[in-house]
Design a binder for this molecule. Sequence first.
Ligand SMILES: Nc1ncnc2c1ncn2[C@@H]1O[C@H](COP(=O)(O)OP(=O)(O)OP(=O)(O)O)[C@@H](O)[C@H]1O
Ligand SMILES: [Mg+2]
Length: 256
Amino acid sequence: MPKIAITGKGGVGKTTLTALLSYIYTQRGQDVIAIDADPAGNLGLAFGLPANLDARLQPIAEMEDLIYERTGAQKGTIGGVFRLNPKVDDIPESFSVRHRGVRLLRLGTVRGGGAGCICPESALLKALVTHMLLRRNQTLILDMEAGVEHLGRGTAGAVDAFIIVVEPGLRSLGTAEQIHALAAEIGIKQFYLVANKSRGPQDDEFVRQHAAGLPFLGSLPFSSAAVTADQAGVAVFDEASELVAAAARIADHLAA
Ligand SMILES: Nc1ncnc2c1ncn2[C@@H]1O[C@H](COP(=O)(O)OP(=O)(O)OP(=O)(O)O)[C@@H](O)[C@H]1O
Ligand SMILES: [Mg+2]
């Protein structure tokens, strides 16, 4: 089952693509977990998650009791002694919310984080992501910010597709190159570029021309239905059928 990480500059459509692919893989009979790994994440909204369920989706990084119980140290302590291999295998089931057949899990953010941070909550998140990346019979889609947080050298090989989303413009393509360099450094190999908000073949071609060696996986058209869905707080896959069709083609290309 595919393990997919989705990154890109702010606002390019990472969360939208995460929701679309989660929907498609679920329709295809796969057991999907979608992980909100963006500190400012709002993955639930893209799934039309009702407010009462969204409120239950607390970020793991903020669960002080859980962090203490699993690592033996208080959240926020730096440089102390704590378990680097905490028990995490029950966390995806216990702390996720199921909606429309997809499990949603929110990681939250590690303050002062980044690759260099050595603190209990980052150890817990890293162990959790590693565990989920290695789980064979579950499809995992990681909605990340523009970087490689929560991924490391040890698990880079488990990522089947590292998708960088861009808009057809130089700014997000520039960010894509930076993300590519960061991810290549930790050993990620399977890179793909997806163009979002494409106005047609000329925009796809623009992205191809500026792809800087990244394989072009496909594009999602600009969709006013996506905007409407975001305004109405309903799932993007219920509102924007043209995006569902385009994301299905992307999933087909990934499998090919
Ligand atoms: N194909 C599209 N056509 C039109 N609007 C879109 C499309 N894809 C995404 N959007 C809109 O663009 C905005 C940003 O999308 P989204 O939240 O998916 O991006 P993101 O990369 O996850 O952003 P962030 O960096 O803030 O997490 C949303 O309002 C969304 O509805
Ligand atoms: Mg997002």
